[in-house]
Design a protein around this ligand. Structure first.
Ligand code: MG
Length: 343
């Protein structure tokens, strides 16, 4: 299960088995960049599969995630999502009532994001051949008109050849902004699956983030963006640190965690920084623009709890957390998300 949980185990699987077959294309942002999406001939392309268990949970369902996740992975690169393709595989006997609920939710989330599903595929397998229902959603997008304006702002403060908001763009001094509280999604799904009963208070954050991201790009100065999904904030920051070859120092007390989620994590022995999210984005911003980008995020409904949580540094080359009691600890890349099958 760890091989599908977004941490170092999955990273090793991809590098050892996938890249040797598929790397080396002429894409502008190729597979081997292992970024949120790829770019070829100016077209942004992304594919995702959704296996969340249970299919319905507080704050969302597999359909909402399939639309939001694909929209978000294109948006964080600096793209405007254009359209989606959806592939459905379900077992025989799957209730058509549940199918309808999932499709209705996808339709509503598409409207929220301003995209449409324009092609797809449907397959049915024998009862028991898979666990109920799986969606593959793929998306195409094009360069957001706001991206060039954003990058012009970056170049006012430093030289940059960046064309897209890649994981490798971060430099020492960049400020790290988190758009809101972490671990809501993973804990909401886990609680619904195991019947812990936290779900009365804890809701998944699954949401399309393209409109909020547009507000940040309008301000400008954003050098990189990424959504902290499987493996959470810990995995994201380690990917940035590795690919950008910088250290990252974050301050524990600045990371928003909702009270109920914090209590649930303590009870279950989970680190909220390693738990997945489906409606958050982390931005690396040139320091001169960080306060303005923060204000733009906070002016949106989804970004009202945004915080500057730390900065990139050349003092060391790993991810460190300044703890609330004054010490520092290394934030390692998780082996995998501690909660499996959350997306
Ligand atoms: Mg992503």
């Amino acid at each position: 299960m760890a091989h599908g949980a977004g941490g170092s185990a999955m990273d090793a699987l991809i590098k050892r088995y996938m890249l040797k077959h598929f790397a080396g294309s002429s894409a502008e942002v190729p597979l081997e960049a292992l970024d949120d999406a790829a770019v070829i001939d100016g077209i942004v392309l992304k594919s995702d599969s959704y296996t969340v268990k249970p299919l319905f949970f507080p704050g969302g369902d597999i359909g909402r995630m399939a639309v939001a996740g694909t929209v978000n992975d294109m948006s964080v690169l600096g793209a405007e999502p254009l359209a989606l393709a959806a592939g459905f595989v379900f077992e025989e006997g799957f209730p058509l009532y549940d199918l309808e609920r999932i499709l209705t939710s996808m339709d509503e989330t598409c409207k929220e994001a301003g995209v449409a599903v324009i092609t797809g595929d449907t397959k049915v397998v024998e009862h028991g051949a898979l666990d109920k229902f799986i969606i593959n959603s793929s998306g195409v997008g094009r360069r957001s008109p706001l991206l060039d304006r954003n990058l012009t702002e970056v170049r006012k403060f430093r030289e940059s050849e960046a064309k897209w908001l890649l994981d490798s763009n971060i430099r020492a001094g960049d400020q790290i902004i988190l758009s809101g509280a972490v671990a809501d999604h993973g804990i909401a799904v886990l609680s619904a699956r195991e019947g812990y009963g936290f779900e009365t208070k804890i809701q998944s954050d699954a949401a399309p983030l393209n409109h909020m991201i547009a507000r940040a790009l309008e301000v400008g100065g954003v050098v990189s963006m990424k959504d902290p999904t499987r493996g959470g904030l810990a995995n994201l920051l380690n990917e940035w640190s590795e690919k950008s070859k910088v250290g990252i120092l974050i301050h524990e007390e600045r990371i928003p965690v909702h009270t109920g989620v914090r209590a649930a994590c303590e009870m279950l022995g989970l680190d909220p920084l390693e738990v997945g999210n489906e409606g958050k984005v982390v931005l690396a911003v040139v320091s001169q623009k960080a306060e303005q980008v923060l204000a733009a995020l906070r002016s949106t409904d989804l970004g009202r709890e945004a915080e500057i949580i730390g900065r990139a540094t050349d003092e060391f080359n790993l991810v460190a957390v300044q703890t609330s009691v004054g010490g520092r600890r290394i934030l390692a890349k998780p082996f995998g998300d501690p909660v499996p099958r959350i997306c």
